[in-house]
Design a protein around this ligand. Sequence first.
Ligand code: UTP
Length: 325
Amino acid sequence: MKAIIPVAGVGTRLRPHTFSHPKVLLNVAGKPIIGHIMDKLIASGIDEAIVIVGYLGDMVEKWLRAHYSIKFTFVTQTELLGLAHAIWMCKPYIIKDEPLFIILGDTIFDVDLESVLKSPVSTLGVKEVEDPRRFGVAVTDGEKILKLVEKPDTPVSNLAIVGLYFLQRAGSLFASIDHLIDNGIRTKGEYQLTDALQFMIEGGEPFTTFPVHGWYDCGKPETLLATNEILLKNNVATKTFPGCIINDPVFIADSAVLENAIIGPYTTIGEQAVITNVIIRNSIIGYNARVAHIMLDHSIVGNNAFITGSSQEINIGDYSEIRVG
Ligand code: UTP
């Protein structure tokens, strides 16, 4: 089955890291965000992916083609006009009567996808959230979806739509997006996928929901670190390092060099990183970063960055150079 994966966004909330890398290639628990997603999709029977790229799209395409051998089609969305618009750009590559799975490229999930892909009706992944105002939400009768509302100002439901969509028939969704675009129907300035799905529901198409218990947001520094912590849960270091104490769970790349360090728990150390005389926990350290004489907690250090000094909480991008006194 085909999956559409939209990843055209700029990832502003993850700056400075997204100045030099697309969000989906940021490392979490030892591999890029999109790597976690692809592994699950392929294990569940997805054999073709249409990836909507935009900002730093060449890097995404290069990485995916180098790491996976399924069929890829890359579609470029030059203007970020919303998720429905992004998906609409895939129209030439879709077969109307085939089912279709859509997953946001920054949503790492833990769900029985094989069963979802066999659903006899269209179904949307949902999760109960405390504050639904920043999500599209589903109002249900306990089974069927009655209506969808994008970012509700009043609390109509706390079932947030979290970025996994299974459509029984791709053609109905594309007809619905055509309707939005032909009539210029935007919400909060964008062509919203929620609005397209709501139009299908109004047209009589049945939709159900499926629970996404494991939903790991990677959109902001604090959620990226929280996701790193959850995904590392059972990970242990594969080798020992001179003068180091490793508190699992951690991910330490094989080519990383560590000396006189206390690492972990919940720490990812990228390839070729050089780490000396440090205490680091709950953090992500990028490729070829150099970290020395410092204590870091809840920190993200970009690729090729260099930091030396004393105890801090930081969030620095690629190629940064910081000397704390
Ligand atoms: P987000 O709005 O959460 O991601 O869109 P973003 O734009 O990358 O991040 P911020 O808000 O600037 O920090 C959710 C997903 O939908 C894709 C994004 O790439 C992301 O994977 N998307 C969104 C598109 O591909 N095109 C769009 O027009 C909108």
